[in-house]
Write a protein that binds this ligand. Structure first.
Ligand code: FES
Length: 117
């Protein structure tokens, strides 16, 4: 089963949160299950860009980017070659490591005020 690791979101043990999920699961769905701090203002329907992550490894194993994702990513902050919308990127096999964008962490904090330090 594919594994997603959220490199810049440590769990209580100090290690990056990581979770094994079924093939076909999106990175956002994996983040929710792992309680990783990925924002999702539009609910995962490719309309907001708050779920923006940087894929640090395993990019080739993800579902390809579609035109709508590219259009929405154009509106995100600090877009890089390895940027993806986590609600649109689905896992197939192997491991994927992601870094949650600053924009997404901020959106998560707004959506989950109880998570703020
Ligand atoms: S959650 Fe809005 S684009 Fe992914």
């Amino acid at each position: 089963m594919p594994t997603v690791t959220f490199l810049n979101d440590p769990g209580p043990d100090g290690k990056p949160k990581s979770i094994e999920v079924a093939a076909g699961t999106s990175i956002l769905e994996a983040a929710k299950r792992a309680h990783a701090q990925v924002g999702y203002a539009c609910g995962g329907v490719c309309a907001c860009s708050t779920c923006h992550v940087y894929v640090r490894s395993g990019q080739a194993t993800l579902s390809p980017q579609k035109d709508k994702e590219e259009d929405i990513l154009d509106k995100a902050f600090d877009v890089r070659a390895n940027s993806r919308l986590s609600c649109q990127a689905r896992l197939s096999s192997g491991s994927v490591e992601v870094e949650i964008s600053r924009e997404s962490r901020r959106a998560y904090a707004d959506e989950h005020p109880e998570s703020r330090d």
